[in-house]
Design a protein around this ligand. Sequence first.
Ligand SMILES: Cc1ncc(COP(=O)(O)O)c(C=O)c1O
Length: 363
Amino acid sequence: MEKKKAFHGSDLELIEKEFGVKKENIINFAANVNPMGISPLLKEELTKHINVIETYPDRNYTDLRASIGKYCACNPEYITVGNGSTELISLMAQFIHPEKALIIGPTYSEYGHEIGLSGGSITYFELKESEDFRLNIEALFTELQKTHYDMLVICNPNNPTSGIISQDILSLIMQLCKDLGTFIMIDETYMEFSRNEACASAAPLTERFDNFIVLRGVSKFFASPGLRLGYAITQNKELLHKIRTEQNPWSVNSIAALAGTVMYNDSEYIRKTKEFMHEEQTRLYDVFNASGKYKPYPADANFILLKILDEKLDAASLFELCIRNNFMIRNCDSFPFLSDRFIRFCFMNREDNDKLTELLLNA
Ligand SMILES: Cc1ncc(COP(=O)(O)O)c(C=O)c1O
């Protein structure tokens, strides 16, 4: 499906050139990064221990995996780390090496890109606008039973729809996929932003099923995309062995390994972020829902998808209006199954969210 080029949240240099706005002045509502920035505790610890870069990281990342295990209430033996979840997505495409993969979409484009690079063919299972982009489980089951897929990809909560699938539904999918020989990759990059985390994360299901892997990272929730720290949780011994023996050694650097042990214990930062995001999810949904100009979809992640109802507007014109005011939003026209009627923006601090809301409502 041919789609127009859209600017990613990290394309600030391109935007600067095209629209003549200074990248330092842009408030990035497209990168989905926590506006709180990194915590004072993390800054202090990293500064104090900067000399960790004088040695190679522990090849087994024992301390790091122990703190992730505690944070996710998972056995550290089931955890492996990587250079952002991006490295892990790429490794999964190489190691599972699916001939045929089913991706629930519209969703993040990297899954299709990486599976394509490893030679697999991709089918999208459509989340339909007529069903408010919620998963139709019966239709998914029919598709999985109709065609054999080696791999199923789920982004939960999903980027860009911000919708979530519950643990109960996930366990039904896992059971069926186990019978069908389908491996599942679940990207939980945005899980910690959800008020439904406890009943939606697949992490606790690792004790029951071995045909799936959960991927997560610190880029978004812990506001550190430059650190490149991600991790995966699976009970699958064969896959764990493959990752441990075939992944490049030291793909997580010593600073990231140290940062991980601090971040996951930073309960104050975690609490404040969740509290703020849960408030913004409800508050902004309500404002746009009452506007008549946009249709918002319920947000479980730190961003919200809006359908533009006003016929005079489209995603490109809104993107341009916003960027000329130094606000960068995401034009969703490039996502499969979406169109120039959809935009997405993430929650920045309250004052900036209010300014963007005012601009969008008065467009
Ligand atoms: C759903 C999803 N997964 C993964 C990533 C990349 O994460 P990381 O920085 O951990 O590689 C992104 C980045 O936008 C994303 O939206």
